[in-house]
Design a protein around this ligand. Structure first.
Ligand code: CA
Length: 223
């Protein structure tokens, strides 16, 4: 029988949007401006965490030898710069064939959620353009809804609680090790789709139950 799960929880960057290369560029640019040590590779390794957590860690490292403390306002300001830089890099296209996956699940009236550490309004604004009638605001957990981002279980636990479904009826679609870790900590079945620069083993080692190379392979599996 197709689609054995009742709820499908999609990560956003690297799953819905091919946005990771732009995120990497934007992070590098802004972190450099603030004399924070952060490379494109760090961006991929940290993928899934909230911007706040990423900046907080980088500043803590930079200030380790001083008494200087960090205000929330300082971190928010840097994240705002990062969001602005990301927007300047242009529009992120959808991940190839993810629209087919979403339409297929939607056709069977299953729940479709977004669970993301992102607070990138420019991407939220594109959801309806690229994936019309698929997503509802009440079925989204974003950076604005959680106190602890991925790899903590909170984002996926929150989505699961709000879905009202039993855990065994839920399926997560993730591309990043920390996102997979978050979903597995929440006790959910997790499929990795390897859309970035990491290896298949990176996703399996993070605990993914299945890993596919692209959305076509995922669609074949779901059918
Ligand atoms: Ca992701």
């Amino acid at each position: 029988m197709p689609l054995k799960h009742q709820g499908y929880f999609f990560d956003m960057d690297g799953i819905l949007f091919d946005s990771m290369p732009w995120h990497a560029e934007a992070w590098e640019e802004v972190m450099k401006r603030h004399h924070l040590d952060f490379t494109a590779r760090d961006c991929y390794l940290n993928e899934g965490r909230t911007g706040y957590d990423v900046i907080h860690e980088a500043i803590t490292k930079r200030n380790a030898s001083s008494e200087r403390t960090i205000s929330k306002e300082e971190i928010d300001a840097i994240y705002a710069e990062k969001c602005a830089a990301f927007q300047r890099y242009g529009k992120a296209a959808p991940i190839k064939n993810v629209a087919c996956v979403l339409q297929y699940i939607h056709r069977f009236n299953k729940q479709i959620w977004i669970v993301t550490g992102s607070g990138q309004q420019s991407l939220f604004d594109e959801l309806d353009n690229y994936f019309p009638n698929i997503f509802k605001r009440e079925c989204m957990i974003t950076a604005f809804d959680v106190t602890k981002g991925k790899p903590d279980a909170e984002p996926y636990l929150k989505a699961w609680e709000r879905s009202g479904l039993p855990k065994e009826a839920c399926c997560v679609i993730e591309n990043a090790p920390l996102g997979i870790l978050s979903a597995k900590r929440a006790g959910l079945y997790t499929i990795g789709v390897n859309t970035g620069i990491l290896s298949k083993d990176d996703l399996l080692n993070a605990g993914a139950d299945q890993v596919f190379n692209d959305m076509n392979e995922l669609l074949t599996f779901l059918k």
